[in-house]
Design a protein around this ligand. Structure first.
Ligand SMILES: NC(=O)c1ccc[n+]([C@@H]2O[C@H](COP(=O)([O-])OP(=O)(O)OC[C@H]3O[C@@H](n4cnc5c(N)ncnc54)[C@H](OP(=O)(O)O)[C@@H]3O)[C@@H](O)[C@H]2O)c1
Length: 343
């Protein structure tokens, strides 16, 4: 079978040569284990944390030669565990490989037992997107951390991504006016299609003027997925006691703890203090939990969430697609997935 291993630690943003597609022996299910065939692989920005040369954050840390970490939806094809019979569909973190033999209840110390996927609820790939970890993160950002209220103005960076596109729609459900920030005119047009009130293109030369026009009275909540120059531009629009759930800071993944500067800390601290800003980092799955997932499922059933998926075909194309997440060269809106095998 095929699998993707870490070839070398990336310096800065990951590049395809940091990964290698290799052959591996077909695994066998041991006592209490299941053998799964990977159908869908999720390409999440957080995978970047696991391949930092020096471990900084995150629970998984890989070495060259290790199989890449990642969320998957798989089919059980052989089972030594009564609760996970053959044919059952499961979501877990079995990595970038075609087959895996895993302990479904004790093998993943990161997130606990593998979750069973109900194909009647929605396409099974959604277990990695709107009905999975990114969906929980969007729910946690808007409902839990952001406490978005009707009539408020919410700004979202990384708005075209899996988390941002859902956080924007949840904020609309909650009655807010929603401003999305994304790179490029095409992504901004799609944000309007899926219900954002205003879309601001951070790559446009008039980005700051667009932002200013979109936020005449400032923002109540800023759901930040990217940090960097976008956040430096957004923060001066904070209203008094604005909330800022920090879902992620993708602009700084790969630059370690320091970054190249310039140092925006003085202005940042001034705004935090003078506007009584409430800034909270959080883990989406921990904050949203099962209740958040259930509410997302309810909104999907009611047709209230326009979730989109960008599908890359084949494990051999996973590394290049993952790398594009960080270079901004992608044109996708929504969740990035690899179809590893047909269901
Ligand atoms: N806290 C949690 O539990 C949790 C869970 C899931 C995800 N996250 C974090 O949430 C964020 C979004 O995740 P996601 O799954 O939605 O990601 P995603 O679907 O892969 O979208 C990421 C998008 O970020 C934008 N981006 C990349 N580099 C950028 C930069 N330097 N400046 C501005 N925008 C940049 C790109 O869109 P453009 O083309 O618009 O630039 C990219 O497509 C990430 O930071 C991720 O690590 C956190």
């Amino acid at each position: 079978m095929k699998q993707v291993v870490l070839q070398s630690f990336p310096q800065g943003n990951p590049a395809p040569e940091n990964f290698a597609l290799v052959d591996a022996p077909m695994p066998q299910a041991g006592p209490g284990e299941i053998l799964v065939k990977t159908l869908w692989l999720s390409l999440d920005p957080l995978i970047r944390f696991s391949i930092d040369e020096k471990r900084l954050t995150g629970v998984v840390h890989l070495q060259p030669g290790d199989v890449l970490y990642g969320g998957t939806v798989s089919e059980v094809i052989a089972s030594n565990h009564a609760d996970y019979p053959g044919g059952c569909l499961v979501e877990g973190r079995t990595g970038w490989r075609e087959y895996a033999a895993v302990d479904p209840v004790g093998g993943d110390r990161v997130r606990g037992p593998m979750r069973k996927v109900d194909p009647a609820l929605a396409p099974i790939s959604t277990a990695l997107g709107v009905l999975g970890m990114p969906g929980q993160t969007a729910h946690a950002a808007a409902v839990g951390m952001g406490r978005v209220q009707a009539g408020e103005t919410v700004v979202i960076s990384g708005a075209a991504g899996a988390v941002g596109s859902m956080a924007g729609q949840i904020s609309k459900i909650l009655g807010a006016r929603v401003v999305g920030i994304a790179g490029g005119a095409a992504k901004c047009a799609t944000l309007l299609d899926i219900g954002f009130d205003v879309a601001v293109d951070y790559k446009a030369p008039d980005f700051k003027a667009q932002l200013s026009a979109a936020l005449p009275e400032g923002f109540d909540v800023y759901i930040d997925n990217v940090s960097g120059d976008v956040t430096v531009a957004v923060l001066p629009f904070a209203k008094f006691r604005a909330r800022m759930p920090v879902a992620g800071f993708i602009a700084h993944y790969g630059v370690g703890m320091e970054g190249p500067g310039p140092d925006h800390m003085p202005g940042f601290m001034r705004i935090i203090n003078s506007r009584s800003l409430e800034i909270r980092g959080f883990s989406g799955p921990v904050v949203a939990g099962e209740a958040g997932l259930a509410e997302m499922a309810q909104w999907v059933r009611e047709g209230k969430l326009d979730y989109r998926e960008a599908v890359v075909e084949g494990l051999e194309n996973a590394a290049a697609a993952f790398c594009e997440t960080f270079t901004g060269g992608n044109s996708r809106v929504g969740k990035l997935l690899v179809r590893v095998a047909a269901a």
